[in-house]
Design a protein around this ligand. Structure first.
Ligand code: SIN
Ligand code: MN
Length: 206
């Protein structure tokens, strides 16, 4: 099912895209990949205030934030190793829902403990906005806030449950979005609770 009524053009909400079995397989895969590229705590540019989410990346390029700014880079900032490849299941997802002829180059992995959140922001560190952002939610439910392309405009709140997929494509590619809070204990998918969010992105023009 794809719900598009009341959403900005190009935004897709695909509830229950992944079955519980598929979610478990994806978590098994991610557990191995996160061992290779451990979660780290990014800090805000200039102020060095730590993010409440912990992050890792998969793919040729990974998004990082430190005192020097936000950027994509090929190496893990702590281990100095290349990021592991994006698993096939996520490449298939991109091909199915992304409406994009070029492959994703980055998959940001965000881990939200129960108290973590993410302020309203646009995804705009990429060199192209022709490709969508495809996002997968796993584990505890998140209260996702979606705005328009201008800061401070009207917003709507959407519950993202484990297995849901959203796509910020077309006119919605630069919509503001954030996570207001996590509903702790709403899923038993992750052994220690919390939520994993995966965002697939293309950085280079094509
Ligand atoms: C993000 O904007 O990077 C993450 C959004 C989410 O956690 O759903
Ligand atoms: Mn984002």
């Amino acid at each position: 099912m794809q719900l598009s009524d009341g959403f900005p053009k190009g935004f897709k909400y695909l509830p229950g895209y992944f079955s519980s079995e598929e979610q478990k397989e994806l978590i098994d895969t991610l557990r191995h990949l996160i061992k290779e590229a451990p979660l780290f705590t990014p800090v805000m540019p200039r102020t060095a205030k730590p993010f409440s989410v912990r992050m890792s990346n998969l793919g040729a390029l990974g998004w990082v934030s430190d005192k020097g700014g936000y950027r994509y880079q090929p190496l893990h900032p702590e281990s100095g190793q290349a990021w592991p490849d994006i698993p096939e299941v996520l490449l298939r997802l991109w091909n199915k829902v992304g409406d994009c002829s070029a492959a994703p180059e980055a998959c940001l992995v965000n881990y939200y403990a129960e108290t973590a959140k993410m302020g309203m922001h646009q995804d705009r560190d990429e060199k192209t906005f022709e490709a969508p952002v495809v996002s997968v939610s796993l584990g505890d439910t998140a209260m996702f806030r979606l705005g328009g392309v201008k800061r401070g405009g009207p917003t709507q709140s959407l519950k993202l449950n484990s297995g849901d997929v959203v796509v910020l494509g077309g006119e919605s590619r630069l919509c503001y979005h954030g996570i207001d809070r996590i509903l702790g204990g709403s899923s038993s998918l992750l052994k220690d609770g919390g939520r994993l969010n995966l965002t697939l992105r293309r950085i280079s023009p094509f």
